[in-house]
Design a protein around this ligand. Structure first.
Ligand code: G3P
Length: 224
C-alpha cells in the first residue's frame, strides 16, 4: 500500500519524506490555509521535495473555471495530481483533464455510487473520507470494502482507492487489510505507526546488555 502524507506543511513533508517511506502528498484548501503558505508556491515546493503524486485541489465549483484552474495546477510540476470535488462539475472536469493525461484525484467521496461515477470519469484516485463517515455514525471502512469489491469486478479500471480522512493507525491497518491502494496519512498518524512501547523497552534492554560487553562494532576511535 502506498503512503501519502496528508499535509501542506513543507517542514513536516521534508522530515517524513527523508524516511524514504513516503510515496506522495495530498493537500486540500483547509490544509493549505493551515500552512499559511501561498498556495501555488507551496505546491511547487512540495513537488520539488516529493517525487510522487502531489494532490492540489481546485477551488472553483463550475466546470469551466475548475478546468482552467486544473490546467494551471497541472502545469506547476510534472507530479501534480489535480484534485476535484465529487460533484457533477467536478466529474466533468475530471473527464476532460484525464483525457488530457492529467492524473485526477476525486475527493469528498462518501458513497460507493459516487466512487463508481469517479471511476467512469477516469479518476486516477478516489478519496473516500473514512474519518468523516465515522464521525457521522457510519463505518468508513465499510465504504472502503465496498469500493474495493466493486472495482475488483472490473480489472481494466485504473482508479486507485486512496483512503482519506485517516484519523489513526487503525484506519491505516484496516485500509491495508482491505487492499486499498493508498492511504493518505496525517504526519502525527504516520509517526504513531512507528511507535510501540515494547519496541522501546526491547531496544533499551538490547543496548544495556550490549553496553556490558564493552564491545563496539566500529573501531573504538571511529565509534567515539
Ligand atoms: O485528505 C482529506 C483529509 O485532509 C480530511 O481529513 O480529518 O478533516 O476529515 P479530516
Amino acid at each position: 500500500m502506498k503512503f501519502f502524507i496528508d499535509t501542506a506543511d513543507l517542514a513536516e513533508i521534508e522530515v517524513l519524506s527523508a524516511t524514504g517511506l513516503v510515496d506522495g502528498v495530498t493537500t486540500n484548501p483547509s490544509l493549505v490555509a493551515q500552512s499559511g503558505r501561498p498556495f501555488l508556491q507551496a505546491v511547487r515546493e512540495i513537488c520539488a521535495v516529493v517525487p510522487g503524486p502531489v494532490s492540489a485541489e481546485v477551488t472553483a465549483t463550475d466546470h469551466e473555471t475548475m478546468l482552467a484552474e486544473g490546467r494551471l495546477l497541472a502545469g506547476l510540476a510534472p507530479n501534480v495530481a489535480v484534485k476535484v470535488p465529487l460533484t457533477v462539475d467536478g466529474l466533468k472536469t475530471c473527464k476532460v483533464l484525464a483525457g488530457e493525461g492529467t492524473p485526477v484525484n476525486v475527493t469528498l467521496c462518501f458513497s460507493a455510487g459516487q466512487a463508481l461515477l469517479a471511476a467512469k470519469a477516469g479518476a486516477a484516485y478516489i478519496s473516500p473520507f473514512v474519518g468523516r463517515l465515522d464521525d457521522a455514525g457510519q463505518d468508513g471502512m465499510d465504504l472502503i470494502a465496498e469500493i474495493v469489491e466493486i472495482y475488483s469486478q472490473y480489472p481494466g479500471l485504473k482508479t486507485e482507492v486512496l483512503v482519506a480522512s485517516v484519523r489513526g493507525v487503525k484506519h491505516v491497518v484496516e485500509a491495508a487489510c482491505l487492499g486499498a491502494d493508498v492511504a493518505t496519512i496525517p504526519p502525527a498518524v504516520l509517526r504513531a505507526l512507528f511507535e510501540h512501547p515494547l519496541t522501546d523497552r526491547g531496544l533499551a534492554a538490547f543496548l544495556a546488555d550490549w553496553e556490558k560487553t564493552g564491545q563496539s562494532i566500529l573501531p573504538k576511535q571511529a565509534a567515539e
